[in-house]
Design a protein around this ligand. Sequence first.
Ligand code: CUA
Length: 353
Amino acid sequence: MQSTSWVPLFPDQASTFAWQVDYFYFYLILVSVSFAIPIVVAIFFFAIKYREKEKFETPEEIHGSMVLETTWSIIPFVISMTIFLGGAYLYFQQYRPPADTMEIYVVGKQWMWKFQHGTGQREINELHVPAGRNIKLMMTTEDVLHDVFIPAFRTKADVVPGRYTTLWFNATTPGKYHLYCAEYCGLNHSGMGGWVYVMPQNEFDDWLAGGGSNQTPVELGKDLFTNKLGCASCHAGGQNQRGAKLEGLFGTDVKLTTGQVVKADEEYIRNSILNPSGQIVEGYQPIMPTFKGQVTEEQLVGLVAYIKSLGSPNAATSTTAAPTTNAAAPSANTKPAATPAAPASNQPAPKKK
Ligand code: CUA
């Protein structure tokens, strides 16, 4: 699907920060114009006024002016600080998602956008969102660098191979808005776009309900975890657990064997699946195999969603029980494992008896 219709010079303001970006943009234009015009005028004026009137004329000497030089240093300094502060304010607002967001997973691919909602609904090159809700896109790509750009929301962000990036917005006005890829990504880059449909909450709920029975990301992840990839054989808990418990992991601080403390976020879980030996949790051995090349980006999204669903320490209190240790487990099976995850503080590694 290609979106070929014209983009207006100034697209609709359809997100909560669209007007702020516009004000800032016009402020930048105003500053630029109010310097550029006087400078050009002065160039012509002085060129004429101080032109050489007679051959080999000796110009008058100038000894400088403290007042003048101080003035033309302080005024531009103040102006550039307003630009810095305005830009920093907008940046912090746009790239730090609030806590109460609805998450949608995005996978870029030459040359299409794949979206998946928390309920399992999938879309390609179209994204339906409710108006007035904070929406967070969790984004990655299967191949090269892409960039999600929604002009009407005045927001964009790179989608980077091998990592998760996020973008958030709150769409204010129901309607249909352009979606683009804003990073040259190969032959059909210009065709890599589509539409964002902003709907009133009740219409969105109807739309979401009409999507048939898709597997949700959490269900997909659970299936991979317990069946297809066999993660559960080390991470499921109980007396045979060699890997760290993952319940209650998400959002905690994890201490690594290097002494470094990292936060168990989406990126950390992803890295632990693809490159387990890169981040060995304190108390464990590097025995977990890598799953690089065995899982697609969408399956990774599912696994991350599943591990997130196992709860964070503030959400779940019943999941932190230690594995029972009274049964003598076969010693061959009780080596501490390299694991993607163990909050070292409250979940000691299962010790060999
Ligand atoms: Cu994807 Cu340009």
